[in-house]
Each structure stands twice: as structure tokens, then as C-alpha cells.
Design a protein around this ligand. Structure first.
Ligand code: XIL
Length: 316
């Protein structure tokens, strides 16, 4: 009755869930979240740049601390998320007109502050999030455009200096598929490893679509191209969305899709664990982000387990 216990019995470090502070007022929700069902928690928003540095050099970690402390009380480990990303930047930063040198200082300061605040308390940091776009180009955003790709090395080095024991990840979506985005990411990671950047893992976000999930073996072979470089991998944000309204056939397809995603991690020794991007449809980011899509999580709106849950059990 515990996905985490099952995952651990098969050699994984954890099975976890993302969460967010506003959800903590729902006791039916927190009862499951902080139970032994899950061994790992990711704060879905509260450790991001915008929320943590609302004005330059002013840091607020109260919300992230709540998540961390509740997880600790439940004997759960935390994946901290994230340090350098093109979305949810503080307004002063995205609307400011800073030169290259100042942007480097700003990034170093932010990463150093956050990684120092959580030093020794988190299993991993997603240091660089979604650095490659869907066409396989380095994603155009403030840091890529004004500092260049070296912002990535800068962020990893600052994080490592601040918290030498945290596993430092590059995290992205659609790495489950071969193609331009995957190739660019693999080359980028090869380059980082070759130049001695302190990167330890690659996160496969796992934001998938019902009926479009590759086989476990195919996803595992994508993962193996990173573990061959000496890195670990993890599935960091798993959800499998579908066109609404949900049908019985889609629910069964979703079960198979969850089984394949989780099964891929099981095929890869250095895949350390799986995190769902919240466990219940009630708090999924999908409906508000992808119009007409929903029901992406293994528990429904009323905290009942869906066939997707059984798919996870079969995959583990
Ligand atoms: C999402 C959160 O779940 C939403 O609440 C927020 O409005 C937007 O960000 N990839 C990531 C996550 O790495 O940080 C995103 O989280 C989902 C996509």
C-alpha cells in the first residue's frame, strides 16, 4: 500500500510527489501526501526564483521552508526546484536592463543564497530547468541571450560551492523522445561533463500525453545515454494528460502509459526515483495550462485511486 516502499524494495531511492503550499489547508490531501505512500517531495513553486527573490538581494524562503519542514517531519527527502529557468522570474529581473556582467553576478548571488539556505537539507537541486527549446535550439531567454550558454556552468558551479552534497540536475521535458531536442540536450550535457561542470543528474520531467508514451525500453534507452556519461537520472514531474472528458478507454490507456514510464526507470539502475507532478487531479497544473486537457494524475479529484495507480504498481 505504499508506492515508496515498493520502489525502495526494488532498489530505488524514492517514489515521490510534487506539492504546493496552498494545498496544505486540505487535510484530506495532506493526509496522503505526508503518509508513507511517498518518500520524496518537490515544492512545485515555492523555491523558484520569482517567489524567493521578490526584489534584488531580498530573499524569502518561508514558503519553501514550510514544504521542507513538513517533508522532514514525514521522513521524506526533498528535490529542490529550481534555480535557473526562463519562467516565473522575478519582475525586477525580467524587466530590468542588466548587462552581461551584472546578470552573472545576479545569477551567482541567487544560486548561492538559495543553495546555502537549504544546504545539507535537500537531496537534489534542479539547477538549470528547460534550457533547450522544442526545436532543439538553446532556448532563447534572458540568460541564454545576454550571457550565453556559459550561464549553465556558472549556475552549477555556484550551487556546488554552496551545497557540495546536493545532487545537481539539469531538468527538461520531452527527453523521453529521440530527436533534435534530445540530441542538443545530450550534446550539452556531454560538453558540461567534459569541461568539469559539477552536474550529477538529468531529470526527465515526464509531462506526457495519454496514448503517446513510448515503451519502457525506448525511454530507458534515452536515459541510458545520460547514465553512460556517469550521471544519474530521475523522472521528476510525471503526469499523463488526456483530452477531456475522460473515457474508460483513455483511463485504461493511461494505466499502460504510467506503467511504461515507471517501468523505464526500473530498467535503468541509475534512475534513482520517480516523482509525480502532484498525485491528485484536484491540484494538477494541467487543466489551467493545456486547454481541454486534464485527469493527468494517478488519484482523481476525490482522492480515489485511478487505474493509473495500478499501472504504477505494475511498473515498479
Ligand atoms: C508549474 C507549476 O506546477 C504551476 O503551478 C505553475 O503555475 C507553473 O509551473 N515544468 C516545470 C515546473 O519544471 O516548474 C512547472 O510547474 C511545470 C513544467
Amino acid at each position: 500500500n505504499s508506492l515508496n516502499a515498493l520502489a525502495k524494495s526494488k532498489g530505488k531511492l524514492y517514489f515521490g510527489s510534487a506539492t504546493d503550499n496552498p494545498e496544505f489547508s486540505n487535510t484530506a490531501y495532506t493526509k496522503i501526501l505526508f503518509s508513507d505512500m511517498f518518500g520524496q517531495i518537490t515544492p512545485g513553486n515555492s523555491m523558484k526564483w520569482g517567489p524567493t527573490e521578490p526584489s534584488r538581494d531580498t530573499y524569502t524562503y518561508a514558503q519553501g521552508d514550510v514544504v521542507l519542514n513538513d517533508a522532514k517531519n514525514a521522513s521524506q527527502i526533498v528535490r529542490a526546484h529550481n534555480l535557473a529557468w526562463y519562467e516565473q522570474l522575478p519582475n525586477w529581473l525580467s524587466s530590468g536592463n542588466f548587462d552581461n556582467a551584472t546578470l552573472q553576478t545576479i545569477l551567482t548571488d541567487h544560486v548561492t543564497s538559495a543553495a546555502t539556505h537549504y544546504k545539507g537539507q535537500v537531496y537534489a537541486w534542479d539547477v538549470v530547468n528547460e534550457p533547450v527549446d522544442d526545436s532543439g535550439n538553446m532556448r532563447s531567454w534572458l540568460y541564454q541571450d545576454k550571457v550565453g550558454t556559459s550561464y549553465i556552468d556558472l549556475a552549477f558551479r555556484a550551487a556546488h560551492a554552496a551545497d557540495p552534497n546536493a545532487k545537481l540536475y539539469l531538468n527538461d521535458y520531452n527527453l523521453e523522445y529521440s530527436g533534435a531536442k534530445f540530441n542538443t540536450t545530450l550534446n550539452l550535457v556531454k560538453q558540461l561533463v567534459a569541461q568539469g561542470t559539477p552536474i550529477h543528474g538529468v531529470g526527465f520531467e515526464g509531462h506526457m500525453i495519454v496514448g503517446s508514451v513510448p515503451s519502457a525500453a525506448n525511454i530507458a534507452s534515452q536515459m541510458n545515454q545520460f547514465t553512460a556519461l556517469g550521471l544519474e537520472v530521475a523522472i521528476t514531474e510525471l503526469d499523463i494528460r488526456q483530452t477531456m472528458p475522460e473515457t474508460a478507454a483513455q483511463r485504461m490507456q493511461q494505466k499502460t502509459d504510467y506503467q511504461n514510464m515507471v517501468g523505464a526507470c526500473m530498467l535503468v539502475t541509475k534512475c534513482v526515483g520517480v516523482t509525480v507532478w502532484d498525485y491528485t487531479d484536484l491540484y494538477s497544473w494541467v487543466p489551467s495550462t493545456f486547454s481541454g486537457q486534464g485527469a493527468a494524475c494517478p488519484w482523481d479529484n476525490n482522492f480515489a485511486r485511478k487505474p493509473a495507480y495500478d499501472g504504477i504498481v505494475l511498473g515498479l
